[in-house]
Design a protein around this ligand. Structure first.
Ligand SMILES: [Zn+2]
Length: 333
């Protein structure tokens, strides 16, 4: 009885998520992205067909955080370009559809070739230029689960998206389990794995002297979070990861989110509060025996929609993900 109820509920929630997704896809097709970053998509191939982020086109907003550390906003996940006497290091390398522009931009900022790429996780809007950079001798570094997922076909259930295995040249050739530290360009970079948050291979990267951190997709600034439960992500892991970053950050820390503008600790704390509050409400309603439809009707995210709802992650989709996550695991302590 319990099993059949669970299956029935899961079926309903998947249908609702699919319906939301279908409407989002239609909206994106109907309304080209606006703003200065807009460029025509590559003819015949929707640029976002295999990526979690709609392509904004091959143009980046370049933000200089300090000498030798720029962030390229747009075209997929935010890319950090760290350069100096010891070479050029990228953190994430965007959608494959914008690789040419990315490499040209990096070469303009810091000529001389890319020595290292560190991927914050395996999603293809953060690993899109791995293959050409790997072929040209760049060393790709990531958590061991990033290599494992990129090595085999993946299916992201919430996006209903098949992602084929990557070319071997795109795979990380140096992996780590918990952490790795790099001493380069006059600073020290702490690369730290945070388990089962956005995915099961997330890393956050701290420039120790500069007090700057790239947190990858555990933080989508201005959007509800995307928890990729098919890739091992979870609400509990996401909250724990945000707490780890908040515990180390101070009011001067510069936070590079996976997507969206550069942020402060206060922005991240507000984001954590939002995730915790909506997660708590959804969990309580599940414990009261409410269905996903009833939870959606109750609007547990209504207070936050103005700040965080968007076409990529509408509230209904975020709540659907939370529902799936919380009903697919045994109750916590
Ligand atoms: Zn991602």
């Amino acid at each position: 009885m319990l099993l059949s109820l669970r299956c029935r509920l899961a079926g309903i929630s998947l249908l609702i998520i699919s319906a939301v997704l279908a409407s989002v896809s239609r909206a994106e097709e109907a309304a080209p992205s606006s703003g200065e970053l807009t460029q025509p998509a590559v003819a015949g191939t929707p640029a976002n067909a295999n990526d979690e982020t709609p392509a904004t086109g091959p143009a980046f907003e370049i933000v200089t955080l300090r000498d030798g550390l720029q962030v390229l906003l747009g075209g997929g996940g935010n890319t950090a370009v760290w350069s100096g006497a010891d070479g050029v290091v990228l953190v994430d390398d965007k959608l494959g559809s914008v690789t040419a522009e990315l490499l040209e931009t990096v070469n303009r900022i810091a000529p001389g070739g890319i020595r290292f790429v560190i991927n914050t996780h395996w999603h293809s809007d953060h690993t899109g230029a791995n293959e050409p950079i790997g072929r040209s001798g760049g060393v790709i570094i990531a958590h061991e689960n990033v290599r494992a997922r990129m090595s085999s076909d993946q299916f992201i259930a919430v996006m209903q998206r098949q992602v084929p295995a990557s070319d071997p040249a795109a795979l990380p050739i140096v992996t780590f389990a918990d952490a790795v530290t790099m001493y380069l360009n006059g600073d020290r970079l702490d690369v730290i794995h945070l388990a089962d948050a956005h995915t099961d291979g997330d890393a956050v990267l701290w420039w120790r002297d500069a007090n700057i951190v790239h947190v990858g997709d555990i933080f989508r600034n201005g959007s509800y979070p995307y928890i990729d439960t098919s890739s091992g992500g979870s609400l509990a892991g996401l909250v724990a990861a945000l707490e780890v970053v908040l515990a180390r950050a101070d009011e001067r820390t510069v936070i590079i989110p996976g997507h969206g503008p550069i942020a402060t600790r206060a922005d991240l704390a507000a984001y954590r509060d939002m995730v915790v509050e909506i997660g708590r409400k959804v969990r309580e309603m599940i414990e009261q025996g409410r269905s996903l439809e009833e939870i959606l009707a109750a609007g547990p995210a209504a207070d936050y929609d103005e700040q965080y709802a968007g076409s990529f992650m509408p509230a209904e989709m975020f709540i659907g993900i939370l529902y799936e996550d919380l009903t697919s695991r045994p109750p916590g302590p």
